[in-house]
Ligand binder design. Structure first.
Ligand SMILES: [Zn+2]
Length: 192
């Protein structure tokens, strides 16, 4: 799947694989007409994840192609995705290719449109691990068991963030981005 960003980090074009991918991920409302013209930031709820993305896009715009591997799970699939960002004329091309895609029992915590209640659960938007009350980051299937979420009628709200391990891995790029983006506070690093 491919999409392109303009100088203001707005999505200006998506390829024919965008919609099937959105449907597959349980977000059919993200059709091309709804997405094109919107800033990339508007799809990202968490400050640290925005900072990471801005850093990657800025590097690509300067001609330094960037390549990262992230988790991009659907409720019933564990997926590893390779993201490649590169300059493409006056735009930035983001190319997303699935590396691994494994079926699993559906994880209700990730289902959109689900009724939510209780304290929010933090999920790393980079590696998909979940923060337990004991402050350990664990795989989401482990968290479902440890938090007793299986067979619950309601799921807790999900709050996206970036875990300590992914912050450490990406810290140099994020610090570079914060210098370029004074609107982003570096306090975000300390918070996660
Ligand atoms: Zn992580």
């Amino acid at each position: 799947m491919k999409y392109w960003l303009d100088d203001d980090d707005r999505i200006v074009e998506v390829d024919e694989n965008w919609l099937p991918s959105a449907i597959d991920n349980g977000a059919p409302e993200l059709n091309p007409a709804h997405v094109c013209g919107r800033p990339l930031d508007s799809f990202i709820s968490d400050t640290t994840t925005r900072l990471l993305w801005r850093s990657l896009v800025r590097r690509a715009r300067l001609g330094e192609a960037a390549m990262v591997i992230i988790r991009s799970d659907a409720p019933d699939r564990r997926r590893l995705v390779l993201l490649r960002l590169s300059r493409d004329g006056g735009r930035v091309l983001v190319r997303s290719d699935t590396i691994t895609d494994e079926l699993r029992a559906p994880v209700a915590l990730l289902e959109s449109g689900r009724s939510r209640a209780g304290d929010a659960v933090q999920i790393c938007s980079w590696c998909a691990k979940v923060l337990l009350p004991s402050k350990r980051w664990v795989e989401i299937e482990v968290a479902v068991e440890e938090l007793g979420l299986r067979n619950r009628l309601q799921s807790p709200p999900v709050k996206h963030c970036v875990c300590e391990s992914c912050v450490v891995k990406n810290a140099p790029a994020m610090q570079a981005a914060s210098i370029q983006s004074p609107g982003i506070r570096t306090r975000a690093f300390a918070r996660v």
